[in-house]
Ligand binder design. Structure first.
Ligand code: NAD
Length: 492
């Protein structure tokens, strides 16, 4: 990828965002300024959808679903449309990635792979699944035929966060559309631009009007209206636990819509002294927490290190961390981009202040960086001596702050790993195969990485346990969220 092309795309003005309702781009009741985390300046505005705007979007999704323009289209025809969308995402990949970085701040080298690259692959995966997933015939008595149909649920409301808008958006939109549903998408206020562009590409690919609607705006207005809508049959969400709790209440206050919540994490990355390559583990531990400035749901944010190698390991980790280039996320050599917003940055610094008050020791980082740019940057921060009762051990920062804790043996490692309300991801570094399997079985989380951290693809589910949520994104398992089972019981 060529820096000049990125710079050219990044210099283009960004038009004010509109809402997509019934296949038309329309103004919302209000508008919200979009600040760039790169320099703190206003980049553009997005529409702020009111409850009435959201009601119109949901009604258009409902009408499209009922008349069958998409829900009853032949699977092979739907598949062709979603493949065309994947083609268009690939064709516009750099443009999509740059646009996304301008409002969310992810380093471009990562955004190129994790955003359009991943989204196109996700649309292809579910496009291919459409005509390969069959219903079932039940093993009934011979005078009866029991058929189990999988039917689309109707209108899917999707509310997504700002850290990987295209990737996470595609994890919801692709399986929902593939199974014949209509979608009303609500992007995060600080990461709407690339998803609005994706919606334009969806229309161009031939997704019929009304099938895919986008409402932007504040969570407490636009998101709340979507979650309270009686026209939404299933709500899929990725974001914080606090918002997840509210969504369950909105469901109870409205039509008892099913809610699937992909929430936060405080994932343990456990390093044993017998790891096959401790240097590789130290470098991986740094990227596991610091890529995308720590704004990764599966970030390895609690590093547990066997006491025998703790000090040497932390030294190597700190050296690798100090070498990471923090800066303008639109530069190809940047390794740690911007924090998404000033509020988020201030929250990160608050965690560091509390950690030192509670007895943690800052090994490197701990401060705001590059303040003169006006952007929101933070030095990657390592805090040692963090105990399970400390705030930094218990709460998700969602920023570039790593908590380090030593352990004496495998039993203590497992106990510390599970000492969390969350259960999203984990890492284990050991050359001992039996220990690796014991840890995989023992750790309560949706994924356990062994001798690596991160990097799962669309073929495997991402699914939290405990307060990290429920329901799987990715893989064929995700289709279950977007379909209802219907039995036909036929007397022969
Ligand atoms: P957030 O909960 O603040 O916002 C997420 C979305 O919810 C946004 O679109 C927001 O506008 C909307 N929202 C906020 N309040 C709402 C309300 N009252 N009603 C309806 N919608 C509302 O989360 P965030 O700060 O954007 O994202 C970070 C969080 O997401 C972290 O906790 C992170 O771990 C989590 N996350 C989880 C996964 C996963 O797969 N488990 C992936 C990425 C991020």
């Amino acid at each position: 990828m060529d820096q000049a092309m990125i710079d050219r795309l990044a210099a283009a003005p960004v038009a004010a965002g509109k809402l997509l309702i019934g296949g038309e781009w329309v103004k919302g009741a209000g508008e919200t300024p979009v600040l760039s985390p790169i320099d703190g300046k206003q980049l553009t505005t997005i529409a702020a959808a009111s409850a009435d705007d959201v009601a119109r979007a949901c009604a258009s999704g409902r009408a499209a679903f009922e008349d069958g323009r998409w829900s009853r289209m032949a699977p092979a025809a739907r598949k062709a449309v979603l493949h065309r969308l994947a083609d268009l995402i690939e064709k516009h990949a750099t443009e999509l990635a740059v646009l996304g970085v301008r409002d969310n701040g992810t380093e471009i080298s990562m955004a190129l792979k994790a955003e359009p690259g991943s989204a196109a692959g996700t649309f292809r995966y579910y496009a291919e699944a459409i005509d390969k997933v069959y219903g079932e015939v039940a093993p009934t008595a011979s005078n009866v035929l029991g058929l189990i149909h999988r039917e689309p649920v109707g209108v899917v409301g999707a509310i997504v966060p700002w850290n990987f808008p295209l990737m996470i958006g595609a994890w919801k939109i692709a399986p929902a559309l593939a199974t014949g549903n209509s979608v009303v998408l609500k992007p995060a206020e600080t990461a709407s631009l690339s998803l609005l562009r994706l919606a334009a590409l969806a229309l161009e690919a031939g997704v019929p009007p009304g099938v895919f609607n986008v409402v932007t705006g504040p969570g407490r207005v636009t998101g709340e209206a979507l979650a309270l809508s009686n026209d939404v049959d299933v709500l899929v969400f990725t974001g914080s636990g606090a918002t997840g709790r509210r969504l369950l209440q909105y469901s109870a206050q409205s039509n008892l819509k099913r809610c699937y919540l992909e929430l936060g994490g405080k994932s343990p990355n456990v390093v044993f002294a017998d790891a096959p390559d401790l240097s590789a583990a130290a470098k991986a531990a740094a990227t596991a927490i610091f890529r995308n400035a720590g704004q990764v749901c599966v970030a390895g944010s609690r590093l547990l290190v066997e006491a025998l190698v703790h000090d040497a390991f932390v030294d190597e980790l700190a050296t690798a961390t100090r070498k990471m280039a923090v800066g303008n996320p639109l530069k190809l050599d940047t390794q740690v981009g911007a924090v998404n917003s000033l509020t988020q940055l201030e929250g990160n610094l608050g965690f560091v202040a509390d950690a030192t008050r509670e007895g943690g020791e800052i090994v490197t980082g701990g401060s705001r960086a590059l303040e003169e740019t006006g952007g929101y940057y933070m030095d990657p921060t390592i805090v040692t001596g963090v105990r399970p009762e400390h705030r930094l051990y218990r709460e998700e920062v969602f920023g570039p702050v790593l908590a380090v804790t030593p352990f004496a043996d495998e039993a203590e490692a497992l106990r510390l790993a599970n000492a969390s309300d969350f259960g999203l991801a984990a890492g284990v570094w050991t050359a001992n195969l039996s220990r690796a399997h014991r840890m995989v079985r023992g750790i309560r989380s949706g994924v356990v990485h062994v001798n690596t951290y991160g990097g799962a693809d669309v073929t495997v589910p991402l699914s939290g346990v405990k307060q990290s949520g429920n329901g799987a994104d990715k893989s064929l398992h995700a289709l279950e969220k977007y379909t209802d089972l219907k039995t036909a019981w036929i007397q022969l």
